[in-house]
Write a protein that binds this ligand. Structure first.
Ligand code: PNS
Length: 162
């Protein structure tokens, strides 16, 4: 039986911290779905289709395995996607206790809804301070985001109006 995991998030935009978690997940599972989901609690910078495209290019540029699939989901619950693709595990990157507090209720609800377990993964501490919201803010104010994001993202955001 194939072991399939989903790495969900806003990915607005994908950061080096995300890529690190995606790579670690790919080392543990036969198939990893990186799923772009709209988060109504956040003001979006990039359209979903652009986030998917940047993720695909960043994953290819980093030479990550082709067992990683990038998709988006707007058809309902996150666990509905998991059931549709046969994934029994969600993976979330945890940078700090703040992330644990944010993620724990969602993990319990997702398990209650559909028996989907959540694994909290510790990324490289070098990326512990990196977040998409920080990247959006630095980019909007004209700062250099290249230390925090894949090259395709830095190139895209430097060219595109933010
Ligand atoms: O990168 P983010 O913004 O922290 O990702 C949050 C996300 C998209 C993973 C979260 O908002 C989510 O799980 N949305 C799916 C909606 C859902 O299924 N909610 C009910 C169970 S928590």
């Amino acid at each position: 039986m194939r072991r399939i995991a989903v790495v969900p998030g806003s990915f607005d935009p994908v950061t080096l911290g995300h890529l690190d978690v995606i790579e670690r997940a790919a080392g543990l599972f036969d198939e990893v779905h990186v799923l772009v989901v709209h988060n109504p609690g956040k003001t979006a910078l990039l359209p979903i289709s652009q986030r998917v495209s940047l993720l695909q290019r960043a994953i290819a540029d980093a030479g990550l395995p082709d067992t990683i699939i990038v998709a988006s989901w707007s058809m309902g619950l996150l666990v509905d996607y998991c059931l549709e693709v046969g994934a029994s595990v969600l993976i979330k990157g945890i940078r700090s206790q703040v992330d644990v507090a944010y993620e724990t209720p969602m993990a319990i609800v997702n398990r209650n809804l559909a028996g989907v377990e959540t694994i909290f993964m510790l990324p490289d501490p070098a990326n512990a301070h990196v977040s998409s919201s920080l990247v959006r803010q630095v980019a909007a104010l004209g700062g250099d985001i290249s230390p925090y994001v894949p090259r395709v993202v830095a190139q895209y955001l430097q060219k595109a109006p933010v």
